[in-house]
Write a new protein. Structure first.
Length: 150
């Protein structure tokens, strides 16, 4: 969630108030989507501190799109990854030592706050049959990774 400093004298720790969103795009769990924020954060941290190499981990979006005729067209998640990986590439291009990017989850799984209600995986899991189906975002991610230069 986006927060702002609450400068009022009666503010209790951590002295923050809800900040206005900059994007109307949200994940199915209600979290704002704004990829440039990740870039701003990394640039600010590296400007302020001497930091080691960085890995972006557990980055992803909840998209509860279900299967239609055996296909899971989770376009919002795919767009989320495309945006965040683009920001990551820009950061690397600017010289920031980002050494890896990892999707939030390979498969839909138990999420601590929401149980099995929210889906974060690149692979859809039918919890009743245990059938796994690669989502469109998973196909896209696989194609991108197979072209990556190591």
């Amino acid at each position: 969630m986006r927060v702002a400093h609450d400068a009022s004298p009666e503010a209790a720790f951590p002295a923050v108030t809800a900040g206005a969103p900059v994007s109307d795009a949200k994940t199915d769990i209600g979290w704002e989507i704004y990829a440039p924020a990740m870039g701003s954060l990394v640039e600010t941290l590296y400007a302020r501190y001497e930091l080691p190499e960085c890995y972006v981990t557990e980055n992803g979006a909840c998209d509860n799109t279900g299967p239609v005729d055996g296909v899971i067209d989770d376009r919002m998640r795919l767009d989320y990854y495309a945006g965040h990986l683009s920001v990551t590439a820009d950061l690397i291009g600017k010289g920031h030592p980002i050494k890896g990017y990892f999707a939030w989850s390979l498969m839909d799984n138990f999420e601590w706050a929401e149980g099995y209600r929210m889906r974060f995986g690149l692979v859809h899991v039918d919890y009743e049959t245990q059938v796994r189906t690669i989502k469109k975002s998973g196909e896209w991610y696989r194609a991108l990774a197979s072209r990556a230069v190591v």
